[in-house]
Structures are given as structure tokens and as C-alpha cells.
Design a binder for this molecule. Structure first.
Ligand code: ADP
Ligand code: ZN
Ligand code: ZN
Length: 742
């Protein structure tokens, strides 16, 4: 009796980072139960097989489904309070169900990497220098023969509250001198908790512009809905002042003591973006993105978790950031596919954020110039509040789109004569040109003139891309790299030539055509180093005339005020894609790139090079714009029973053996189909468009249904079936709910 009172919950259910869709039961030893209050969301160490694992408590339980004698006791407790709040635990559980993904993997995904590895959920401590009584009183000239010590002591004397080690290094003080002063008893060190807010930079604050009528209406509407769940789609052409609208809404919520999560696409978080927030908000802002160190991410996470950070700007994974006073989630460029994780735990951060906001009863704001068909449908069906901005803010105008017919024309390095003449004129006006080609590298193919051999990846069914500058052949699918070949491995001929053009080649050729013009390439290869993008943007702003050449990286979030001409080298890429989402993506990309033109006072012009100038899609996009294009596209999706009208799940399987994945999925269909609801439609198994990737042969089954319920049930049956059947085989499978790629 006594014992039962002391430990009302003798069992805990634990999530472990293992690919199993279950929780694991453990016993709470009496010694731990007496001294600590266990709560869901705390990390613990548990025995697992022959080793020990870090786990997260999901719930406390009076009973276990297993024989209590067999249930092992947990080893130790890692936290005194929960690292996964109740709110986030519920979100993780929902996500695990919705995406049919192992709960342990979901929960661990929600934690910063260092917490997954067992690091304490505490701010790192930093040593601060302080003077001793003696050190404070010492006359500095007594150290005149040791100038470094003299400098050091002087600086610390001037900071009666102490000088952080970081600040000392910024002041260029010699650490060895500090140590010597410490040994002499003049200085002492004190560890203090790292607090980023102490290092805040002073910014010249910006006076916000006066809102135009469209912006005013949108802002007021959003403010009306600021204290309850509501999803608003802020649908405004590029440069229409969407950011300005959400900055206004944020201002009000911050005054009301709320925290705000602003999500941005993976590569949309530019230094310019951060600056824009810093000059508007005199409050603590933290960033969360993949270019930060694990420690920096944990510190940002802690600042959000303790409520200190008022604004959190982050990419996909920040959907799981704890924020006790969260009052709004903004999702900028909501159509961007980087919000969907394409591997492992395949969640969509936008959809997750909407679910989270619903549970918290707070608003979500989705912003885009090219809303996803999903969001547009929700807006059309009045599930989302639809706010439109149709004019550019300030004095800027929407750029004019012109098709350039390439049929029968002689091209010079991929450019039509008309495009080259337009570039020349633009440069003469001391303005900038943006050339868009969504293919990095020098050329997509290397071929032998004598025997027709083509350089292909050994592990994937694709050709290797030629990277001349790096002197390499590179597989863009599995990252395999080889030295660039100069003789054919089949016939030893030295007549190897490249087919097609990538950004690297266009850059080289533009150099020969426009000798004295600065030419800057912006793609994944040229921006690999941490500060490369910042340096490139700086250069772009330094010059009057310049040519920028780049991939889709250029389409995101950048503001190049002097770009007045945009050339889309290959508007047809994506027109004939086998993926039904190809058209949507193409239209978004073209519209976003085109939107880089004429963002400031000068008018912009866009040239689309195409072999299909009369293609209905290109014509519609040029003459009627994205919204019209999308509404037509949605009508087509509806008539074909495609998403977003039908819900879709893709079952992916891969095996090193050519047949196994395909056979497994066929067997699954055979076994289960009779049990599915009539409202569930299966297609497949069929081979992936690129069948072999990184040595794995890939097969898929697509299932769809007009209703989520039956689709969910079918997926659950499939998951169970596959889990059992793959135990013996070396086949991996994945469930992709609401997939964005086929
Ligand atoms: P979007 O987010 O829609 O691309 P931004 O909010 O970035 O648009 O606005 C585009 C440009 O117009 C920015 O330089 C911004 O400072 C400016 N701007 C926005 N609203 C106004 C306004 N009401 N008056 C003048 N300039 C504005
Ligand atoms: Zn050959
Ligand atoms: Zn490959």
C-alpha cells in the first residue's frame, strides 16, 4: 500500500530513436521515483538490447502490457523538466499517426541534435573576467613592462560587471595575459550562463512606410483574427508588400507579449531577410537553420523555450520549436517545396504548423506570390481567409512578360539574337540582367564522338554532369564524383564533347560576349562556403551594370533593385514533365524569377525563350498571370481526380536487387486490396522515373481517395503488412503522405 502511494505510475512508455512503430515499457526504480517527479517529455537512459539508449518519456502508466517481471528498469534520468512540452508531445503524436511514421523518430526529430545526443538542456556557460580587490586597485603603470597584461587589466577594470571571454577576444586581448593576471591574483574568472541578448547589435531603426490601401485592408483583417485560430493566405504579386503587412501584424502581437515563429524556405533566409527584421524590432530574434552549428541551434532553441526570444526565424525543422507564448506562425513563400522533408520523416512543415496553430488557437499567415494549389483550393473553398495584393508597393510595376520564339532561329551560346541585343541595351542603361537556367554545372552530358558512349553514374540511371572548373564528373542524384575524363573508356577516342548547357557554361560564354561586365553566378556550387552568398550579394549591390546568372536559388527572397531584365533561357523545361505537378512548379518558378525584375523604381522586362510560344500554358502565364493559370490547372486536376481534390499516399520500396522491391509491392497489393474500401484507388507497383538511385532499385504504389479516413486505414494496413514482410528481406520501404514528388 505504502509503495503504491509512492509510485502511482510504476511504468513509463518510452520513445526511442529506432525504426519501430511502438513505444517501449520500462519500470521506474523506487530510488528514482522517491527523489524525482517524472513527467512526459523528459529524457531518460534505458537499457536496450545489449546497449543503453537515450529515450523520451511519452506517458506514465499504472500498468504494462508486458509481464511486469520482464520489464526492465530505466537507468537514469537526464532532465529535471520536460524538453518536449505537452503541446509538442501532442503534435508529435499527431504527426506520427498522420504520416504513419515511427513515433520515436518523430520525437527525436523535434529535438535539437545536441539534445538527441544527451547534452544538458541548459545554456552553455562562458567564462567572464572580473578583477579581484587587488586588481581593481592596482595602478596600471605598475604593469608598464608587460603591455599585454596592462591592456587586459585596463579593459577589465573598465567593465565593473565583468568582461566575457567572447568580448575579450573581440577586443583582441591576449588570453595568455589574462591567465598570468589570474595567477598573480589580480583577475578571477567566473562561469556565467551564455546569453545571446547581451551581444545584440545596435541598429538604426527603420521608420515603416505608410501602407497602401490593399495593404491596409489586409493588415486590418489579420489583426481582427489575431487572437484565435485562423489561416490566412496573403496572396500578393512579387514586391506587393506582403512582408510589410506581416511585419505590422507582428508588431502588434509583440506589443501584446507574444512570440512569433516566421518560417522561411531552406535557402530563402538571406542576411537581407534578417536585417529587415532587426531594423524593425527592438527585441530578441533568434535564427534556426541548417548552416548553424549544433551548439548555436541549441542556444536558439533554449532562448525560444524560455520565452526570451520573441521572434524565431527558421526553416522547416523550426515547426517543432518550443515557444511558451506563441501567438502567430508566419510561413513565407508557403508554396516552397523545401517545407516538405523528402527523406525519413516525410512531413510538411506548413501543414504541421497549421495543425499546431489549431491546437494552440492562434493564427497562421501563409504568404506567397504563387500560392500552392493546395492553399489556393483552401482559399477558394473559404477554409482560408484570402487576402490579395494585386499591385506592387511603392512605385514599382509588374514586369512585362514577352515570349521569344526560338523555332528556326540561330542561337548563340543558347541565347537568341533578340535576347543578346536586349542584354546589351540593358547594360548600356547601366542596369542589371538576370539570366535564369535551372541547371548547374557546365553541361548535363559528356559524350564520345566516335562511339556514342555517354558518361553515366555507376549507381543511378542518370548521366553525370560535367563540372569543368572543378574538373569533375558529378552525379546530382547520389553525389558520386569522378575526375573529368579526356579519353573515351570504350574506344579510347579523345573526341569527347559536351551536350547541353549549365550555368557554369553560360557564365564562361557570357564572359566572352560581354568582356568588361561583371558576371556573377549564383547556384549551389558557387555558394557552398558559408559567407559566399553574402559576398555575392554585396558585389551585386556594388555594381551598376552586371549580369547575374543562376538557378532557382535566384528566385528566392532576393531583392536586386537594379535588375530590370530577366531572361528565362529555357521556359519549356518542365512543360512536358511526367509529374502532374510539373506545370504548377514551372509556373511558380517562372513567376518568381520574373518577379526579380523591376522591383524598385525602374520598370522590368522578362523574356521567355521557348520553342512552344503558342503552348496554352505559356500563353496563359504570360498574358493572364499565375492566378488564372493556377485556377485552370486546378480544374484539370479536379477532372482527373488528382490532389488536392483527392488525397494521395505513395508507398515507396527499394532494394539492391532489381526485382525485389517491385515483387514485394505486387504481393502487398494482391494480399490487401480485397480489404480496402471502395473509395481507395491503387496504381502500381510501377518503377520510379529514375529507377536506380544510389544503387537501389525503386518501385512505388500510389493510393488515392477523395476521403482521408479510408486512405488512412488502407495506409495503416499496408504499413503493418510491409513491416512484417520486410523483416526477413533487405528491402526498405517508406510511406509518403501528401507526397510532392513521384
Ligand atoms: P513582398 O514581400 O510582397 O515581396 P515587400 O514587403 O518586400 O514585398 O515589399 C517590396 C518593396 O516595397 C520593399 O522594398 C518594401 O520596403 C517596399 N514597400 C512595401 N510596402 C510599401 C509601401 N506601402 N510604401 C512604399 N514602399 C513599400
Ligand atoms: Zn568512344
Ligand atoms: Zn548517382
Amino acid at each position: 500500500m505504502q509503495e503504491a502511494l509512492l509510485t502511482p505510475y510504476p511504468f513509463i512508455k518510452v520513445a526511442l530513436p529506432v525504426p519501430m512503430r511502438t513505444l517501449f515499457d520500462y519500470k521506474v526504480p523506487k530510488a528514482i521515483a522517491l527523489r524525482h517527479t517524472l513527467k512526459p517529455g523528459m529524457r531518460i537512459k534505458v537499457p536496450f538490447g545489449k546497449s543503453s539508449r537515450l529515450g523520451v518519456i511519452v506517458s506514465l502508466s499504472e500498468t504494462s502490457d508486458w509481464d511486469p517481471e520482464q520489464v526492465k528498469p530505466l537507468t537514469s534520468l537526464c532532465d529535471e523538466s520536460s524538453v518536449i512540452t505537452e503541446e509538442l508531445m501532442a503534435l508529435c503524436e499527431w504527426a506520427a499517426r498522420y504520416y504513419h511514421h515511427p513515433i520515436g523518430d518523430v520525437i527525436f526529430h523535434a529535438l535539437p541534435v545536441l539534445l538527441r545526443k544527451g547534452e544538458n538542456a541548459e545554456f552553455r556557460t562562458e567564462n567572464w573576467w572580473l578583477t579581484t580587490q587587488e586588481g581593481q586597485n592596482l595602478a596600471l603603470d605598475q604593469l608598464s613592462r608587460a603591455p599585454r597584461q596592462q591592456d587586459f587589466l585596463k579593459a577589465v577594470q573598465q567593465h565593473p560587471n565583468g568582461l566575457s571571454q567572447h568580448a575579450a577576444s573581440v577586443l583582441d586581448l591576449a588570453p595568455a595575459a589574462g591567465k598570468t593576471l589570474e595567477e598573480k591574483g589580480l583577475l578571477r574568472r567566473e562561469p556565467r550562463s551564455f546569453n545571446k541578448s547581451g551581444e545584440k547589435h545596435a541598429h538604426q531603426m527603420q521608420v515603416p512606410p505608410t501602407l497602401n490601401p490593399e495593404q491596409t485592408i489586409a493588415t486590418e483583417e489579420l489583426l481582427d483574427h489575431r487572437s484565435h485560430f485562423n489561416v490566412a493566405l496573403l496572396d500578393g504579386v512579387t514586391g506587393s508588400g506582403k512582408t510589410e503587412v506581416f511585419l505590422r501584424v507582428m508588431e502588434r502581437l509583440i506589443d501584446e507579449g507574444k512570440q512569433i515563429l516566421v518560417m522561411v524556405p531552406e535557402i530563402g533566409l538571406t542576411p537581407q531577410t534578417l536585417k529587415r527584421f532587426e531594423i524593425r524590432f527592438n527585441t530578441d530574434i533568434v535564427l534556426m537553420h541548417s548552416n548553424m552549428s549544433d551548439r548555436e541551434r541549441l542556444d536558439a532553441w533554449l532562448l525560444a523555450a524560455n520565452g526570451h526570444a520573441k521572434i524565431i526565424i527558421g526553416t522547416r525543422s523550426s515547426a517543432f520549436i518550443p515557444a511558451p507564448n506563441l501567438g502567430l506562425i508566419v510561413i513565407d513563400e508557403e508554396h516552397d517545396t523545401s517545407y516538405k522533408q523528402h527523406e525519413g520523416f516525410r512531413y510538411h512543415a506548413r501543414d504541421l504548423a497549421i495543425k499546431r496553430a489549431q491546437s494552440l488557437d492562434i493564427p497562421v499567415l501563409l504568404a506567397s506570390a504563387t500560392p500552392s494549389y493546395e492553399s489556393l483550393t483552401n482559399a477558394l473553398q473559404k477554409k482560408f481567409t484570402w487576402l490579395k495584393l494585386r499591385k506592387r508597393a511603392g512605385n514599382a510595376h509588374i514586369p512585362e512578360m514577352e515570349r521569344v520564339d526560338l523555332r528556326g532561329k540561330t542561337l548563340i551560346h543558347g541565347f537568341s539574337e533578340y535576347a543578346l541585343a536586349s542584354i546589351k541595351l540593358c547594360l548600356e542603361r547601366k542596369e542589371q540582367v538576370l539570366v535564369f537556367l535551372n541547371r548547374r554545372g557546365y553541361a548535363p552530358t559528356l559524350m564520345c564522338h566516335q562511339c556514342g558512349w555517354i558518361a553515366a553514374c555507376d549507381h543511378c540511371d542518370v548521366n553525370l554532369t560535367v563540372h569543368k572548373r572543378a574538373n569533375k564528373l558529378h552525379c546530382h542524384h547520389c553525389d558520386t564524383q569522378k575526375a573529368l575524363l579526356h579519353t573515351c573508356p570504350e574506344c579510347q577516342s579523345e573526341e569527347l564533347f559536351t551536350v547541353g548547357e549549365g550555368t557554369e557554361q553560360i557564365e564562361t560564354q557570357l564572359h566572352t560576349l560581354f568582356k568588361d561586365t561583371p558576371i556573377l553566378r549564383i547556384d549551389r556550387d558557387s555558394t557552398q562556403r558559408k559567407s559566399a552568398m553574402a559576398k555575392l550579394t554585396q558585389k551585386i549591390h556594388e555594381h551598376d551594370q552586371a549580369i547575374l546568372i543562376g538557378t532557382q536559388m535566384l528566385a528566392k527572397g532576393h531583392h536586386f533593385p537594379n535588375v530590370t531584365l530577366v531572361i528565362i533561357m529555357d521556359a519549356d523545361a518542365g512543360l512536358f514533365s511526367s509529374d502532374f505537378r510539373g506545370m504548377e512548379r514551372t509556373a511558380q518558378l517562372i513567376t518568381q524569377v520574373a518577379g526579380r525584375a523591376g522591383r524598385a523604381k525602374k520598370p522590368g522586362h522578362v523574356l521567355l525563350q521557348t520553342y512552344h510560344p503558342d503552348h496554352a500554358a505559356i500563353e496563359c502565364l504570360c498574358n493572364l498571370g499565375y492566378e488564372h493559370f493556377a485556377i485552370d490547372g486546378l480544374a484539370e486536376r479536379k477532372s482527373l481526380s488528382l490532389p488536392p481534390f483527392y488525397h494521395q499516399v505513395i508507398i515507396r520500396a527499394e532494394s539492391s536487387n532489381e526485382q525485389e522491391a517491385m515483387q514485394l509491392l505486387a504481393a502487398m497489393r494482391n494480399d490487401l486490396e480485397p480489404y480496402f474500401s471502395k473509395e481507395v484507388y491503387l496504381v502500381g507497383p510501377y518503377a520510379a522515373i529514375i529507377v536506380r538511385k544510389a544503387g537501389q532499385h525503386r518501385a512505388l504504389v500510389s493510393i488515392k481517395s477523395p476521403h482521408r479516413g479510408p486512405l488512412h486505414q488502407a495506409t495503416q494496413m499496408i504499413t503493418q503488412w510491409l513491416e512484417q514482410s520486410t523483416r526477413q528481406h533487405k528491402i526498405r520501404f517508406a510511406i509518403d503522405v501528401d507526397p510532392l514528388e513521384t
